[in-house]
Design a protein around this ligand. Sequence first.
Ligand SMILES: [Zn+2]
Length: 62
Amino acid sequence: MAVPRFKTSKARTRRRQSINMKLSSPTLIECSTCGNHVLLHRVCPKCGFYRGKQIIVPESKV
Ligand SMILES: [Zn+2]
């Protein structure tokens, strides 16, 4: 079995890993009920709706 001759340094490991560590902003969509910008596949925090159904009661109404 092939054995690496040198230990991979932290700098080299991190340099390699940093290539795939692209920061991307989360996808925002408009809520179909109130038009608020919400994360995709998340319940709207403003109106508590997800896929046309009321899932949670928003805190402002309580
Ligand atoms: Zn909403």
